[in-house]
Design a protein around this ligand. Sequence first.
Ligand code: SME
Length: 162
Amino acid sequence: MTSTTPDYAALTAQARALTAGEPDAVANMANISALLFHALDQVNWVGFYRLQADVLVLGPFQGRPACIRIPLGSGVCGAAAATGQTQRVDDVHQFDGHIACDSASRAELVVPLKTEAGQVFGVLDIDSPQLGRFTPADAAGIEQLAAAVQAVIGDTCANPQV
Ligand code: SME
């Protein structure tokens, strides 16, 4: 099944609108994961991991229950956080160290989230049961959306209150 590339400019505008004026990072991550989960074709998991010391800790998401803690550098999420680079994986079975939370996941797109100073404070992870699901246009679109909202989800990720 082919997937259509969504209008990422419109999705980014929706994400901005959903989070505008709301200082609670958990609420903002929850709404962004729900927005993307329902807007993207062929995805089975959308959510956030927050970097706490050198471990990524599960944040708000949509999909099946997932791995709670991922060491920095492990799996696709850990690679994105460690390198600060988006990871677009066509076939997770070919990715050395991939962490299988849901055996249905075959492709993955992970975008690092950064502070204004460029420090990684978390990742946005999107999984799909469809091989090769994510195109360079999807990666660019999700990077654009993440860049637009990372300021409203960063504060309590970098400085967890609990
Ligand atoms: N597959 C990911 C782990 C997170 S889950 O997919 C939600 C990884 O390898 O980093």
